[in-house]
Design a protein around this ligand. Structure first.
Ligand SMILES: Cc1cc2nc3c(=O)[nH]c(=O)nc-3n(C[C@H](O)[C@H](O)[C@H](O)COP(=O)(O)O)c2cc1C
Length: 185
């Protein structure tokens, strides 16, 4: 699959890191794009910065010189993780002024899979209406809401309960987090 991971400036950069840690660039064509504010949050939340799998390109936000800027070459899956309310609103309303927003627009119009992992609390009606619009347009909204029934004991294990569900929706087999009522090996 051709996969685009977009990272924005919401708290939860670790969600993006754990997703990237669990995508195999040998099996998939991976691309990464960061919003301007993503870098600021990464510098606060990821000591040592974002670690990318070898050979994965990070595209310049302001250049449309990336495959997924055109409907002729869309990603199979685009994941925005974590997704700010700002980026969510801009995607919902068709802003396409940078390559991240354009890629989301392309992904939706080409009927490919767009997964958004929003992080905010509480939600305003504006956020909810934007989510409604995005769901109607075909996006999958997977809020960064961890689960605790599997007994996650570390921050990474808690984060992985969200990332595992994202991988499920990407169609990528994983055993990142225990599943409910699953026999433990
Ligand atoms: C440390 C930090 C944490 C933030 N967390 C969130 C958040 O969880 N959700 C959100 O919508 N915005 C959050 N913001 C605000 C966004 O970064 C800000 O609205 C920015 O303009 C979003 O731009 P972007 O969507 O292009 O990344 C945070 C900002 C900082 C500095």
């Amino acid at each position: 699959m051709k996969i685009l991971v977009a990272i924005t400036g919401a708290t939860g950069a670790l969600y993006a890191q754990r997703l990237l840690d669990n995508l195999d660039p040998g099996k998939h064509e991976l691309h990464v794009v960061l919003s301007n504010y993503a870098q600021q949050v990464i510098s606060v939340e990821l000591p040592g910065g974002l670690k990318l799998p070898a050979g994965v390109p990070v595209h310049n936000l302001k250049s449309m010189n990336a495959p997924f800027a055109s409907g002729s070459n869309p990603p199979d899956v685009m994941v925005v993780i974590p997704c700010t309310m700002g980026t969510m609103g801009r995607i919902a309303h068709g802003y396409s002024e940078d390559v991240l927003l354009r890629a989301a627009d392309v992904t939706l119009k080409e009927k490919k899979k767009l997964i958004l992992v929003p992080r905010e609390t509480p939600f305003s009606l504006i956020h909810i209406k934007n989510m409604e619009l995005l769901i109607l347009a075909g996006a999958i909204i997977m809020p960064a809401n961890p689960s605790f029934y599997s007994g996650a004991g570390s921050v990474v294990q808690v984060v992985d309960t969200v990332v595992a569900r994202v991988l499920d929706h990407m169609g990528i087999a994983n055993k990142l987090a225990p599943r409910w009522a699953e026999e433990l090996e």
